[in-house]
Design a protein around this ligand. Sequence first.
Ligand SMILES: Cc1cc2nc3c(=O)[nH]c(=O)nc-3n(C[C@H](O)[C@H](O)[C@H](O)COP(=O)(O)O)c2cc1C
Length: 148
Amino acid sequence: MSTVLIVYGSTTGNTAALAEMIGEQLKASGHQVEIQDAAGVSPDNLCVGRDAVLFGCSAWGTDEVELQPDFEPLFDNFERIGAKGCKFACFATGDSNFEYFCGAVDVMEERLNELGGVQMLDGLKVDGDAESSRAEVEEWAQHVAEKL
Ligand SMILES: Cc1cc2nc3c(=O)[nH]c(=O)nc-3n(C[C@H](O)[C@H](O)[C@H](O)COP(=O)(O)O)c2cc1C
């Protein structure tokens, strides 16, 4: 059994629902899961003592990627989370009509890799709400579970 933290930033609830769905699947695979809203977390040593951390964040820019506002302060302090050597994966819901579809996933992955995090797999990008992509979400979460 591994301990997994899922931390997300979500304005309309889409990425929050996705976080819950991923969490359910990981729990069903026998792992211990904690889910936190980025609005309420401190960046300091967030990754320490966890086997893996999953980061979920929607994007809100038009000409460029803007991270979901609750997640932004956490992202700006990613150097304090203890990412080095930490297994991670990223996810988001988004809208594929935008130029940077789920752009926060790419931004987070780049920064976490820079900081020495260990990316477990390609991020999950869900077009629209999580429920309509349940099979895709469960498959991704299953891959995460296999890499814990
Ligand atoms: C002004 C605005 C900008 C947006 N920019 C993006 C974007 O750059 N990329 C994307 O995939 N979706 C974009 N979206 C869509 C939201 O990210 C999408 O609805 C997402 O599911 C919201 O998730 P949340 O409820 O978890 O915050 C944008 C929506 C609005 C209204």
